[in-house]
Design a protein around this ligand. Sequence first.
Ligand SMILES: NC(=O)c1ccc[n+]([C@@H]2O[C@H](COP(=O)([O-])OP(=O)(O)OC[C@H]3O[C@@H](n4cnc5c(N)ncnc54)[C@H](OP(=O)(O)O)[C@@H]3O)[C@@H](O)[C@H]2O)c1
Length: 315
Amino acid sequence: MRALSATGDGGLVEPVRVPEPSAGAGEVLVDVRAVSVNRGELHRLTAAAAGWRPGWDFAGVVADQGTSGDAPAAGLPAPGTRVFGIADGGSWAERVAVPAARLAVVPDGLSLERAAALPTAGLTALRTLRMHGDLAGAGVLVTGAAGGVGRFAVQLARRCKAEVTAVVGRPDRGDGLAALGAAEVVVGVEGLEAEFDLVLETGGGESLREALRLVAPRGTVVSFGNSSRASTAFSVSDFYPKEASLRGFYVLNDLDGPRTAADLAYLAGLAATNELVVDIAATSDWRDARAVLCRLRDRRLAGKAVLLVTKEKQS
Ligand SMILES: NC(=O)c1ccc[n+]([C@@H]2O[C@H](COP(=O)([O-])OP(=O)(O)OC[C@H]3O[C@@H](n4cnc5c(N)ncnc54)[C@H](OP(=O)(O)O)[C@@H]3O)[C@@H](O)[C@H]2O)c1
């Protein structure tokens, strides 16, 4: 089958032929129709050796169920079912085999294109927001708010009745964030003086330093990205008297538990009824993946980018 693979030389990705995957016990084989692109994949592709295969998010149609010996595939979605989810890698391909615990059915009213945009960014937003407990009335600061995770985080925080401040890099990057639920949209964090109960921090460098300054006493900073690729120096003696928490988060660490399928189904349910807006900034044929990755790298996408996995023309 065809897949996208790292070039290892700065070219980011190229199409290659790879062996067909097969579904093991508890897995399904998915005929992939759409995948989404995450900044984390861009970072990895920039450094990856040739042959490394990217791809966490996918949406498609079940092609086959794995069996355990002669045991029936109880509980697995049947062939033909529309599903979406998150793989350990390698989903930028015609087919991917994934544990059933990492996927959910795509409900009516949600396209495969929009479903593909949900898993990594949606789960990250949902799970980082949960790290502070009850958010009703809480002040939440979302850095990188124009991006894929950021747009979901703004909406999900507002659903929990938080007061959301969204941080963007340029004024035009803030377009649409108020409609998604941000009470305030600011360009950079430098001028802010308010204290925040929860800060979702992905800028790294100076942005993380400012987050540690702005977190409220007993508040929480969740650091889960370093888009700037810069290191952070901060004044510990300004930070520890607040008894605030600095916590890390990595979405791929906790995907095999019982909650992933339920969280995916929750996000898909909201998206199907437009209670969660899936802002897709670019949809392209997967053969144009490199151009999409370059736009993501250059901060020219405000929202998610989706690649459509098209069939090969028969000669
Ligand atoms: N730990 C995890 O499990 C996990 C999971 C998902 C994502 N992440 C991380 O979370 C961050 C957001 O991911 P995403 O997929 O939503 O990315 P994205 O769509 O590219 O959004 C990132 C946003 O960050 C802003 N940004 C601020 N400083 C930047 C810089 N120096 N370089 C590039 N962008 C900068 C950009 O907005 P402006 O142009 O408006 O500034 C951009 O919209 C990334 O750092 C990613 O690696 C981590």
